[in-house]
Write a protein that binds this ligand. Structure first.
Ligand SMILES: Nc1ncnc2c1ncn2[C@@H]1O[C@H](COP(=O)(O)OP(=O)(O)OP(=O)(O)O)[C@@H](O)[C@H]1O
Length: 316
């Protein structure tokens, strides 16, 4: 279990992490999400003692990382900054690390197989592709068969087969009762991998809940409606918290009313509907709704997308 209490990090006058408290539970995959610059990597670095908190604390299984006698056996981490001798082979690199923790070479061979590095294990790490480098980083994280796994953007640079492999690995580790904490920008992948999410923005926690609750929490009812009287129906449904978009001559998207309310109003005015389809919110839409005010580096398109997914666009 990872426990953070009032965890804070300042870089000069910049507050990267702003007094966050959370726990990451064993037996689950916990996703760590947030826009660029939200403080995810800084938080992960503090968990493994690579950055010192300015205030507050963070522990793994009740102890600070540095207090563990054999940290590799306790916590395995894949973080952005890697310190690998580029002229070493993957196997030599793993063996050198294993030796520092009295981990047998048989375990090195196991993680090489597990991470699919078998065919390149004797090649120099300096020549590795981004994906191979990620696999080596994950092999390092798994080396001590740790109780807690921390993976910062593990699917970065991986091909679809690699992405699926990371998903299965994370799920398998959690099923064995391990604590798995993963950051990612790929919402669709997180939706398939994580049980629980912690979302941060500008160093603060925006949400800490099971994934279904986060999707439902941002859920504004949204329906697609088809009718021959689109204009009349739009006039009938117009209200302050209802956002209407004319998709084509017969189709309207309604945000803010459920199917029953739309059907009732249509019946009152004797407007025939020939389609009424609820649209399921995605994790991506829920995430956009949560973080739209927290993004450090806004793009024009990003704003439009956030508005579109939360139904906050102007009526046409
Ligand atoms: N060593 C550093 N010195 C100064 N500022 C830093 C340093 N590391 C991070 N920051 C700043 O702290 C904030 C949080 O950065 P961090 O890398 O933790 O965010 P992140 O959520 O991991 O972002 P990304 O998704 O882009 O990796 C950012 O504003 C970043 O510019």
């Amino acid at each position: 279990m990872i426990t953070a209490t009032a965890l804070t990090k300042n870089y000069g006058t910049k507050r990267a992490v702003d007094g966050i408290s959370f726990t990451v539970q064993p037996g689950k995959v916990t996703g760590f999400l947030g826009p660029n610059g939200a403080g995810k990597s800084t938080t992960m670095r503090m968990i493994v003692g690579l950055d010192r908190p300015t205030f507050g604390s963070v522990s793994v299984n009740g102890r600070r990382y540095a207090e563990h006698h054999a940290p590799l056996r306790e916590v395995g981490a894949l973080l952005e900054a890697k310190s690998v001798h580029r002229s070493r082979s993957a196997r030599t690199h793993l063996r050198a690390l294993a030796a520092t923790h009295s981990i047998p070479n048989t375990r090195v061979d196991e993680v090489i197989e597990l991470t699919g590095l078998g065919s390149v294990a004797t090649k120099k790490v300096g020549g590795f592709s981004l994906g191979m480098g990620q696999r080596l980083g994950i092999a390092v994280a798994l080396l001590g068969d740790p109780q807690t796994l921390i993976l910062d953007e593990p699917v970065n640079g991986l091909d679809p087969e690699g992405v699926l492999w990371v998903r299965n690995l994370a799920r398998h580790q959690a099923a064995q009762g391990k604590t798995v904490f993963i950051s990612s920008h790929l919402m669709s992948e997180m939706a398939l991998t994580a049980d629980h999410l912690i979302v941060i923005g500008r160093g603060r926690i925006l949400a800490d809940a099971p994934i279904e609750q986060i999707i439902d929490g941002a859920n504004v009812p949204t329906c697609k409606v088809k009718t021959d009287s689109a204009e009349d129906l739009m006039n009938a449904l117009a209200a302050q918290d209802v956002h209407l978009t004319r998709v084509d001559a017969q189709t309207i998207q309604v945000v803010g009313l459920d199917g029953r309310a739309i059907a009732t109003r249509a019946m009152e005015l004797q407007i025939l509907l020939h389609e009424l389809t609820p649209i399921q919110q995605s994790l991506e839409a829920a995430y956009m709704a949560l973080t739209q005010d927290e993004v450090e580096y806004h793009s024009h398109l990003g704003n439009e997308l956030a508005a579109a997914t939360t139904g906050k666009q102007d009526q046409p």
